[in-house]
Design a protein. Structure first.
Length: 283
């Protein structure tokens, strides 16, 4: 990756972002955009105005970076939407939220997505805490000459998703009577949905949910030494599991129908993190 792109991106942010010292950062995927609508927005910048990022092009992705006040004070970054490899962009825009979060001094990143359910006991509307992921393709943002800015040449991947943060997510769910299940996310390159044969194979290999994002950002954030948490909203059962044909609009519609639940979960996660002492006073 070209580090100059990230340095230019950082320099192009309104100064309030660079002075904020956020205690958490959220990367909101398909359908999660409304998750922070109850929080006070302190500053906002469209992705198109962040150098090297580019406007979001995919339905359900707003393409705005927010600085919000946390539920107990302190500040959090909120990336509303993401860029995907399948859009045809380079890796830098895809991992921009992870790298900017790191460079703004924020230690904790929650990545969220909409995903197809592979495990037959899942149902649309379920929320899965990511325990691990499968990256079966050679796609990786860490390919290329080694740059120590992104951690070691061979970053350990045994704990990409921080177990303590997973417990914080579980506790946030419990506050609302939600029993969140754990699962393994498999990265599918997209933009086509998977074939039923692929889904059967992924299931045999241990995947519980499938989606077209999250893994590159989580890998980079973890390699940089950040604590990463992941949540998948099950927007549909994956290809062939129920026989229903898949449509990208249904993914977003389903997430919109559950937006209030997703919002309470995310805000409770920020609240519990702050209760653990993560939040610094808002400036
Ligand atoms: N497959 C891949 N990505 C997805 C799916 C799916 O079934 N649902 C939401 N994102």
């Amino acid at each position: 990756m070209n580090d100059q792109i990230f340095r230019d991106a950082l320099a192009s942010l309104p100064p309030v972002f660079r002075d904020a010292h956020p205690y958490a950062s959220l990367l909101l995927g398909s359908g999660w955009n409304r998750a922070v609508s109850s929080l006070r927005v302190l500053a906002e910048v469209p992705y198109g105005e962040i150098a090297g990022f580019g406007a979001a092009t995919v339905i359900g992705h707003d393409g705005r970076l927010l600085l919000v006040e946390g539920p107990r004070g302190g500040t959090a970054l909120v990336f509303c939407g993401r860029r995907h490899w399948y859009e045809g962009c380079e890796w830098e825009p895809v991992v921009m939220p992870a790298v900017l979060t790191h460079r703004l001094g924020c230690p904790t990143l929650l990545v969220t997505n909409a995903a197809g359910g592979i495990r037959p006991t899942l149902r649309p509307g379920d929320i899965v805490i990511l325990r691990d992921h499968l990256r079966l393709s050679p796609l990786t943002p860490l390919r290329g000459p080694h740059d120590p800015a992104f951690g070691p040449r061979f970053p350990d991947q045994s704990r990409v998703y921080d177990p303590a943060l997973a417990e914080t997510l579980r506790a946030a769910g419990a506050r609302q009577g939600l029993e969140l299940t754990d699962g393994v996310y498999v990265l599918s390159c997209g933009p086509a949905f998977e074939t039923p044969a692929e889904i059967r194979a992924y299931g045999i290999l241990g995947a519980d949910v499938v989606g077209m994002s999250t893994v590159p950002e989580a890998m980079v954030a973890s390699a940089c030494g950040m604590r990463v948490a992941g949540l998948s909203f099950v927007s549909n059962m994956a290809a062939g599991v129920t026989g229903k044909l898949l449509d990208g609009n249904d993914v977003v519609d389903c997430a919109e129908r559950h937006a209030d639940r997703l919002a309470r979960l995310v805000v409770d996660f920020l609240d519990l993190l702050a209760a653990d002492g993560a939040a610094t006073p808002a400036r």
